[in-house]
Every structure is written in C-alpha cells, then in structure tokens.
Design a protein around this ligand. Structure first.
Ligand code: FPP
Length: 243
C-alpha cells in the first residue's frame, strides 16, 4: 500500500492543501459546479486518512476563502450548507479517531450563526484529542489574518514588535508552519493562503483536479517534498529556519 520509496522518518509534520478544481471537474462532466464540491468531500477524507496513517500531525485545508463570497449567491449558499453538513456528518467519526478539529478564519457577520455554532461544537467535542489536528480554514484570508493580528497587537498597546509577537497573534498560535503545501488542478498560485506561515514551506503543485486527488497523489507529493533540500535561506540544510 505504502510506496517503499517514502522515507518514514521524514514525513512532513504539517501538510496544508488548497483543494482546487472542483468546479472544473464538474463542468467537464456536464454537471453543476456544486457536484464538484460534493465529489471533493470524498477526496478530502481519503487524503486525511492517508495523512493520518502516515503519522502526519497537522493537516490543514482551505475550505472557504475571504474571496469566495464573490461567487454566485447560489454557490455561496451551497458552500455554507455543505460545510455545515460535513461538520455534522463527520465530527463523530473524526472524534472516534482521536482527531482534533480546529478552525482558522474571520468570524464576521457573513458567516451564519448556526455554522459558527457547529464549528464551536466540533472544536469543543474534539479539543482533548491527541491525534492529528485537522484545521479547517473557513472565511480565511492570509492578509485578513495579518490585519487581524496587527489590530490586536495595536489594541494591546505593544511598543516593540518581533516575529514572535506576530506569530503569537495569528488565528491559531499553536499551529506549526506547514512543511508542505499542496495545490491541485495545475494552478500555480498561493491565493492568499497562510501567507505568514508558509514562508519556508515546500510547495508542490499537482495537475489532478481535487475530486480526483487520492492517497497515491498524496504519496507522490510527499516524495517530491522528501527529494527537496530544505535550506531555510542557509547553505547546508539546518533543522530550523535561520530567519
Ligand atoms: C475549490 O474549487 C474548492 C472550494 C472552494 C471548496 C472546497 C471545499 C470542500 C471540498 C469541503 C471542505 C469542508 C470542510 C468542512 C472541511 P473551485 O470551485 O475553485 O474549482 P475551480 O477552480 O475548478 O472552479
């Protein structure tokens, strides 16, 4: 099952995914775009399983961006309900698997109260779990996260700001920086995802559309990660960023 060429001692600690291509997957089949999101759910939980089995400790997905409000109103409504249904349908199973669910993103008035409640319930239910941490970026934007962090620092009256000050004011200060970021569907962009956190992440781009993304694609991305030489701006591949 596991490719023998993966080095089990160098599995990325934190993998973050931009699950792109759901709409195109559906359009290619003459289906409504929303069917692509539905198919994307299966891919998400298969890849999450695969990551968990490999011992990945943090797995983060971009579920809804601060820019996604610009989509047609029907699609936005669908995505809000879809996220709520996934939370309702999957939280028990994730809890039984000792997975901790967390959220990052802005909780502004556009996010329905009921969805906010569901997010809180899922986070509270699973907060004591000690397995993989599954972070869902919802109404998330990297610039918004930095603006919100800086605003809170200013509100707190800080006089001197270091990188640690900013890191401590991000949506989840405990979340380690991603080691590996995967974006599907052949698009080579960051799209406002984890702008601060991915300063030293390895980026792997896959041509697969998200609903077609499977464990094998995850393994291939990890293999590509392991074949890279992470230098963090230095020369000899140190263990820690030198920034
Ligand atoms: C991008 O495809 C995908 C999304 C905007 C949403 C993906 C969300 C999920 C699979 C569910 C996540 C939910 C939880 C609760 C974890 P796109 O529509 O941009 O595709 P396109 O680029 O082909 O148009």
């Amino acid at each position: 099952m596991l490719p023998s060429d993966l080095d089990r001692s160098r599995i990325p600690n934190h993998i973050a995914c931009v699950m792109d291509g759901n709409g195109r997957w559906a359009e290619q089949r003459g289906l409504p775009r929303t069917d692509g999101h539905t198919a994307g759910e299966q891919a998400l939980f298969e890849v999450l399983d695969g990551a968990d089995e490999l011992g990945v400790e943090w797995f983060t997905v971009y579920a809804f961006s601060t820019e996604n409000w610009r989509r047609p109103v029907d699609e936005v409504q669908f995505l809000l309900r879809f996220n709520e249904e996934i939370l309702l349908g999957r939280q028990k199973e994730l809890h039984e698997r000792n997975i901790r669910i967390r959220f990052i993103g802005r909780r502004d008035r556009r996010v329905p109260r009921r969805l906010v409640r569901r997010m809180d319930e899922a986070a509270v239910l699973t907060r004591g779990n000690t397995g993989l941490t599954f972070t869902i970026a919802f109404n998330y934007g990297g610039r918004a996260e930095l603006v919100d962090a800086v605003q809170r620092i200013v509100d707190g009256g800080a006089k001197r700001i270091t990188e640690r000050t900013i890191a401590r004011h991000l949506y989840d200060p405990e979340m380690p920086d991603p080691d590996l970021v995967i974006r599907t569907s052949g698009e080579y962009r960051i799209s406002n995802f984890l702008l601060w956190e991915l300063a030293y992440s390895e980026l792997v781009f896959s041509d697969a559309l998200w609903p077609d993304f499977r464990r094998e694609h995850l393994y291939a991305a990890i293999k590509e990660f392991q074949d890279r030489d992470r230098r963090y701006g230095g020369v000899a591949g140190p263990d820690e960023p030198d920034g």
